[in-house]
Design a protein around this ligand. Structure first.
Ligand code: DX5
Ligand code: ZN
Length: 224
């Protein structure tokens, strides 16, 4: 299994979501973003239950692991994260984010993930209030704020949901990453960075462009 270090807080990182990439050649797509100098890649895992879509599972992650040294950030949009976490860790995932909406004992699951040697994150849907994660957020390595309803790439950014980033940043302080996911492009990125986000997931804004590297650079440039 790879030993990729978690990118410590304190930098703005563009985190490409492969959901909008060409699934027929994922290894090549990841090689391109690696050339752009990104540190992490966002893997959207969907089970057709928690969200109305199905994407990738551990066998795909395991194959990709053989092609990339990037930090694998798995976003589990599944109803039973506890049941499948180990399989994702064994496949070579470096970080696992699960949703607060499906977990009654989030603090315990964070411990389980840490004990398995990966970093851990909690995610909240647009309609979920910050209070739901207040206790668990400081135990995480990264907190993920959804700015679209999870399930599909290329949706429109929900400005109201993004405002929760401010409160999350207050709760976790500067040492924990705050990730934002959904509808992020070069125009929106500086707004969410202004709220306190430092990890910018972007799918459509990168993989809908023929020049993925220029698209990543445009998001970075907009935040400088
Ligand atoms: C949505 C996923 C996101 C999505 C982001 O369910 O969690 O990671 O792929 O894609 P864009 O940037 O296209 O909104
Ligand atoms: Zn995601």
């Amino acid at each position: 299994m790879s030993r990729v270090e978690f990118p410590k807080a304190g930098t703005i990182e563009v985190n490409p979501s492969i959901l909008s990439a060409d699934f027929a050649c994922l290894a090549d797509e990841i090689a391109v973003i690696e050339r752009a100098g990104v540190k992490m890649v966002h893997l959207d895992v969907m089970d057709g239950h928690f969200v109305p879509n199905i994407t990738i599972g551990p066998p795909v992650v395991a194959k990709l692991r053989g092609h990339s040294k990037l930090f694998f950030d798995a976003h589990l949009m599944i109803t039973e994260p506890r049941k499948y976490a180990k399989a994702f860790v064994e496949a070579g995932t470096n970080h696992i984010t699960f949703h607060i909406e499906v977990e009654d004992r989030p603090e315990e699951l964070i411990d389980v993930l840490h004990d398995m040697g990966v970093t851990a994150g909690i995610c909240l849907n647009p309609e979920t209030p910050v209070e739901r994660v207040e206790k668990v957020a400081p135990l995480c390595d990264m907190v993920l704020v959804m700015t679209v309803h999870p399930g599909f790439g290329g949706q429109e950014f929900m400005a109201e949901a993004a405002e929760k980033i401010r409160r999350i940043r207050e709760i976790v302080g500067p040492e924990i990453r705050v990730e934002v996911d959904g509808g992020i492009d070069a125009e929106i990125a500086p707004i969410v960075v202004g709220y306190g986000a430092d990890t910018l997931v972007a799918g459509h804004a990168i993989f809908s462009k023929s020049d993925r590297i220029a698209a990543i650079e445009a998001i970075r440039e907009a935040c400088r």
